[in-house]
Design a protein around this ligand. Structure first.
Ligand code: NAD
Length: 491
């Protein structure tokens, strides 16, 4: 059973595990009360919350980097600064700059037959938003949804991943110092705590995790009809057209695959290259690993695999691929990575076949299968025959072919001629499709996700035509409108 702590302004004793659900319930009740006291926070209040969050991240930056390093058993400092700190801070600044515009009621055209009248969309906070976060980017994927939810005027209940306990504690302490317990609460602990959160009658729940967990959460949320945003995973392909520089593609795919040692939901999960370019791709990828990281055992830019269980699973994927006839090329030219180190050498899997674990499951590590095809058509057919991924990447300088790829394949998002970078743009919605997720957030999309878009209508004098007894002219007008102004006999 998991341990749980709920944060309030006063230090609290650690509750007995069996009280986990009660404690989650109490934290939720406080947030609900907070929301009931302030159902439409002013721009000023929301900006203040966002500013406090930014200062908190700045204040805690050293603790965050250190906790990530400890939880990951060695994590690139630059990656931590970039993703755990800079990205949320840039999102906070983007949101603060635009919030007054987003909050304005949006005027829309009233139906022509009811003019003059007025119609507008009022975006109203939903209430208490739950955030269940994963371990791979534990700060960004906790704070990111929180930014959008707070901007939209909500209260937030966060459950960080149990697999990164030190960062969970740093986040919990940071948010306790920054927010009142009825503004933002953090519940830490194991899967039972996450389950307790998913069964609450939340006003919205955003979950970032695996497709399996997404399904379980959807079932747990069903009795309350809790609105869900599910940010899940999948196997994101990277397709290289024969006309595109294979060296450039290999480097860009390698950068995204090996960032955070591949523990990235939008990393390219496998590459699809023309038959004739396979060897050139392998050579360029290996050169990139050598140039990018040098000695993998000591490189400051290479991250470890977060847990022994995940590392074992990745090794099993490689053994399974080899046993089923694939060629595995390990990119550890200096051979410095001993088998049981928390770091794992990047590997390419050549001649991958359906049925191999590397082609059936999301890899989530520094392994890249390389599939070869005769044409982009074959690549598109391969992608469309499989579950819809979180992202897809296409390398081609021909804009018309790139557009065709975007239109004829399904994926949560796309980066062209590079990988993963669509995530960094707050003007773009971010989310999956089908088994890779539902709903989206980031920027204005996130503001809308965590708002109820309320249609508000104020009729003018013509509305009297819709009241009984209907004037005789109404029937004639209806017939004329239904038949497009032509007489029925002439039709
Ligand atoms: P996970 O699915 O194991 O766990 C995610 C969170 O869900 C954790 O906080 C966990 O406590 C909680 N959880 C587990 N079981 C639950 C249940 N039954 N009910 C409610 N909550 C439950 O995911 P993970 O291993 O932490 O992360 C890896 C997965 O997340 C990968 O599939 C990856 O692609 C995906 N991911 C997606 C995104 C995205 O933005 N779409 C980002 C990062 C990771």
């Amino acid at each position: 059973m998991a341990q749980l702590s709920v944060l309030t302004n006063e230090p609290r004793p650690e509750p007995a595990p069996e009280r986990a659900a009660d404690e989650v319930q109490r934290a939720f009740a406080r947030l609900q009360q907070g929301f009931a006291n302030e159902r439409y926070p002013s721009l000023r209040t929301r900006l203040d919350r966002l500013t406090r969050l930014e200062r908190a991240l700045q204040r805690s930056s050293d603790d965050i980097v250190a906790a990530l390093d400890a939880d990951f058993r060695g994590r690139s400092r630059v990656e931590s600064l970039m993703i755990a700190l800079l990205l949320p801070i840039l999102s906070l600044r983007h949101t603060r700059r635009r919030l007054s515009t987003w909050m304005k009621p949006e005027k829309v055209n009233p139906a022509w037959y009811l003019r003059p009248s007025s119609a507008r969309i009022v975006r109203q906070p939903k209430g208490v938003v739950g955030v269940i976060a994963p371990w791979n980017y534990p700060v960004m994927l906790s704070v990111g949804p929180m930014i959008d939810a707070l901007a939209a005027g909500n209260r937030v209940l966060l459950k960080p991943s149990e697999l990164t306990p030190r960062i969970a504690e740093v986040l919990a302490a940071m948010l306790r110092e920054t927010f009142a317990a009825d503004e933002v609460a953090v519940v830490t602990g194991g899967v039972d705590v996450a389950r307790a959160v998913s069964t609450l009658p939340l006003d919205h729940l955003v979950v970032t995790g695996s497709t399996r967990v997404g399904r379980e959460v959807a079932m747990a949320a069903a009795p309350n009809l809790t609105p869900l945003t599910l940010e899940l995973g999948g196997k994101s392909p990277a397709v290289v057209h024969e006309s595109y520089s294979i060296e450039r593609a290999a480097v860009r795919i390698g950068v995204a695959r090996l960032f955070n040692a591949g523990q990235t939901c939008i990393a390219p999960d496998y590459a699809i290259v023309p038959h004739a370019k396979e060897q050139a791709f392998v050579d360029a990828y290996l050169r990139f690993v050598e140039k990018g990281f040098g000695d993998l055992a000591t490189s400051r830019d290479y991250t470890a695999i977060a847990t022994e269980r995940h590392r074992d699973k990745l090794e099993e994927m490689l053994r399974d691929a080899e046993a089923k006839g694939a060629r595995v090329v390990r990119a550890d030219p200096r051979g410095t990575l001993a088998k049981r180190q928390p770091r794992m050498a990047p590997a390419l899997v050549l001649d991958p076949k359906p049925g191999m674990l590397v082609m059936e499951e999301e890899i989530f590590g520094p392994i890249l299968p390389v599939l070869t095809v005769a044409s982009v058509e074959e690549a598109i057919a391969h992608i469309n025959a499989r579950p819809r991924p979180l992202a897809a990447y296409y390398f081609d300088d021909d804009a018309a072919r790139a557009q065709d790829f975007v239109q004829r394949t399904h994926a949560g998002g796309v980066t062209l001629n590079d990988a993963a970078l669509h995530f960094f743009n707050d003007e773009l919605p971010f989310g999956g499709v089908g088994p890779s997720g539902m709903g989206a957030y980031h920027g204005f999309t996130g503001f809308k996700t965590f708002s109820h878009e309320k249609g508000v209508y104020q009729p003018g004098p013509s509305a009297r035509l819709l009241r009984q007894p209907f004037p005789a002219v109404v029937e004639q007008a209806l017939l004329a409108l239904i038949h497009g102004g032509r007489s029925r006999r002439r039709r």
